[in-house]
Design a protein around this ligand. Structure first.
Ligand code: NDP
Ligand code: OXD
Length: 312
């Protein structure tokens, strides 16, 4: 890249120095500004963000692209971004593989009854729970995008009986693809392990609620890796208490970090991880960001651009 570009970086989670070093090693012409403060916002070409800075981006009048530091984009508050700017998210084979591993690990945890054996251990109980064949275990993946479809394929390859649910119709060898509420309700009735990999939009907010848990097969388990806003937390606690849900692995929460006094921390049927299912880092993710910086400078369309109107 011959031309100079100015990039504004803001994240409460990611290390600006590591990103600056990685990007400038590849693009020595790059001018890198670490937020949240920016003295000359009108000179910025590209915003590389986990979230918007507190002052928003209205003063960034020369902005040509917004690049998300996550695979998801809801945290960018798309409605509050300058209209018309292309927004791209972070997608990379290795990151996708991390999500696949997380979902395989958690699915196997429930499949091999490790949640039940953990509660036996707490009561010093010694008895066998006969294993079930993977082919008899129904897994339903909500969301068949970059991540959801990779997870569904990997679990199907492992022998699980997999279906996936998406907004538009799909045909993917290896698992059944479903759309619409009627198909969702039917699939939930036979589902043993439910994996949520939806984006957070106006349509999907609060989807994991009392009604959905009512539709679920009794004793089914949840792997929640989408966004905290998908889950109605009190409804989850109720579904665990009445036995509708057998357990849940939660990686994302309405408030992150999870507050110290939150009832989830000590709940015996919950396993929590601190939003690490995929966890991007500059070493792994820089190549795609560098390519999108190059494309912005050259006026080309971004890789993995989202559709602003659909919110993902
Ligand atoms: P994509 O945008 O590639 O795919 C989204 C999928 O959800 C698509 O299949 C889409 O359907 C489907 N979908 C969207 N809205 C609806 C709806 N109303 N009803 C049914 N299906 C719907 O996303 P990714 O697979 O890359 O990522 C999914 C989400 O995972 C991210 O948005 C983020 O929230 C979360 N995530 C979590 C991480 C973690 O560490 N826990 C890390 C990274 C991401 P269609 O294909 O028909 O458009
Ligand atoms: C996310 C990410 O979007 O970690 O959650 O990439």
């Amino acid at each position: 890249m011959k031309q100079q570009a100015t990039i504004f970086f803001h994240s409460e989670l990611d290390d600006p120095q590591a990103w600056q070093a990685t990007l400038q090693a590849a693009l020595p012409q790059l001018c890198f500004i670490t937020g949240p403060k920016c003295d000359a916002p009108e000179e910025v070409d590209i915003a590389l963000l986990w979230t918007q800075p507190p002052q928003g981006l209205q003063a960034f009048t020369g902005l040509r692209a917004v690049l998300s530091l996550g695979a998801g984009v809801d945290q960018l508050r798309l409605d509050a971004l300058p209209p018309g700017e292309p927004v791209a998210r972070l997608i990379d084979q290795t990151l996708t593989q991390r999500m696949v591993e997380y979902c395989q690990a958690t699915t196997l945890y429930f499949h091999r009854h490790l949640h039940l054996h953990a509660s036996q251990q707490a009561r010093q109980q010694w008895y066998f729970i006969p294993p079930v064949n993977a082919s008899a275990r129904r897994v339903l993946v909500l969301g068949l995008g970059e991540l959801g479809s990779a997870v569904a394929k990997a679990l199907a390859r492992q022998g699980f009986d997999v279906s996936g649910w998406s907004r538009t119709a799909k045909l993917v060898p290896g698992f059944v693809c479903l759309q619409g509420e009627v198909a969702l309700q039917k699939a939930l009735g036979g589902c043993d392990i439910l994996i949520n990999l939806l984006p957070l939009t106006a349509q999907t907010r609060g989807l994991l609620d009392h009604r959905l848990f009512e539709w679920l097969k009794t004793g089914a388990c949840l792997v929640q890796v989408g966004r905290g806003g998908h889950l109605v937390e009190d409804d989850l606690l109720e579904a665990l208490a009445d036995g509708r849900l057998g357990g849940a692995f939660l990686d994302v929460f309405a408030v992150e970090p999870l507050p110290a006094d939150h009832p989830f921390w000590a709940h015996p049927q919950l396993r929590l991880t601190p939003h690490v299912a995929l966890l991007s880092d500059p070493v792994q993710s820089a190549a795609m960001v560098i390519e999108n910086i190059r494309r912005t400078v050259q006026g080309q369309p971004l890789l993995h651009a989202i559709k602003r109107a659909s919110g993902y």
